[in-house]
Design a protein around this ligand. Structure first.
Ligand code: NAD
Length: 298
């Protein structure tokens, strides 16, 4: 069974590494946090003393780190030159497209196959092995990465060349931020115009205003399928992470001179929401800020 090095065992990486170990891989794990490492070893991973030791003799390397600077630093200082050149390198973190492309070019120049493979799905999906991976890289890199990603997810999609996985992820999440903000303001306006939220949901979820934010992730408690709104907006997808993805999308848009006014507006709204203390709340809790006088239906 191929050996896997796993670096970054936080909220997401912990569950992902555990699923690789459960599938029978020897998983050599490293994280700067001792607590995270201890949790990973209790779930079948082997503790490495540093990232360079983790990747030595590995057939595959997976990283799940906070941002582009951590990814660039880990690959440059520990992975390149220490991992065998036959190892497939997979960065599953959500990072900026520019850094993803640069690091993949550096990997290629050093003779490695590398893909960016960010995920859709939160901590529960990482634990359950039901993530969706959006993969950027060569056909050969994708073919090598797929058997490992399959063990951590329910869908693995090749998005295109280097950086395409990150591009797909942040553009999708920009659209999600925009549709959620629009859905929140629509419910607030509907209620102010005297419409019952349930009635508005019944109409709009079957009419042209529907979107995933409306039909599957309704921001109004007690309306539609069960969502974080029904749990006081706890769990789900944290507003701080939505803001991170919107910032990445806006940075990418500036880089290619794309006009994204709605994405910019969503970024501003989530920035304000986070500054007001909403960082750890589910991103659908934005409805609370859109109208402070809004009250959930009885
Ligand atoms: P996290 O902060 O819980 O975990 C990151 C881990 O990386 C931490 O344990 C940290 O100690 C470790 N780390 C940082 N620098 C390191 C280094 N140089 N060497 C080794 N370890 C290092 O974050 P998370 O929630 O697991 O998210 C990880 C990535 O996944 C992020 O890019 C995030 O945007 C993305 N993501 C998160 C979610 C989510 O719901 N949490 C969903 C989709 C994507």
């Amino acid at each position: 069974m191929p050996k896997v090095a796993f670096i970054g065992l936080g909220n997401m990486g912990g569950g992902m590494a555990a699923n690789l170990a459960k599938a029978g891989h020897e998983v050599r794990a490293f994280d700067l946090s001792d607590d995270a490492l201890t949790r990973a070893t209790s779930k079948g991973c082997t503790r490495a003393s540093d990232a360079a030791e983790a990747v030595r003799d590995a057939d595959a390397v997976v990283t799940m780190l906070p941002a582009g600077k951590h990814v660039a630093e880990v690959y440059r200082s520990s992975v390149f030159g220490n991992a065998p050149q036959t190892a497939i390198l997979m960065d599953c973190s959500t990072i900026d497209v520019g850094t993803a492309r640069t690091v993949e070019e550096e990997a290629q120049a050093k003779g490695y196959a590398m893909v960016d493979a960010p995920v859709s799905g939160g901590i529960a999906a990482a634990d359950a092995g039901t993530l969706t991976f959006m993969v950027g890289g060569s056909e050969d890199g994708f073919a090598k990465a797929r058997p490992f990603l399959d063990k951590m997810g329910k869908a693995v999609i090749h998005a295109g060349g280097p950086g395409a996985g990150q591009a797909a992820k942040i553009v999708n999440n920009m659209l999600l931020g925009v549709t959620m903000a629009g859905t929140c303001e629509a419910f607030v306006l509907a209620q102010k115009l005297g419409l019952d939220p349930q009635v508005f949901f019944d109409i709009s979820s079957k009419a042209s205003g529907q979107s995933w934010s409306m039909t599957s992730y309704c921001p109004v408690p007690g309306v539609g399928p069960e969502t974080p709104a029904d749990r006081n907006y706890d769990g789900g997808f944290a507003a701080a992470l939505m803001l991170k993805d919107l910032k990445l999308a806006m940075e990418a848009a500036r880089g290619v001179d794309a006009y994204t006014p709605m994405g910019g507006e969503a970024e501003e709204l989530y920035q304000r929401f986070v500054e007001r203390g909403g960082a750890s709340k589910d991103f659908s809790a934005l409805i609370k800020m859109i109208d402070d006088s809004w009250t959930p239906p009885a």
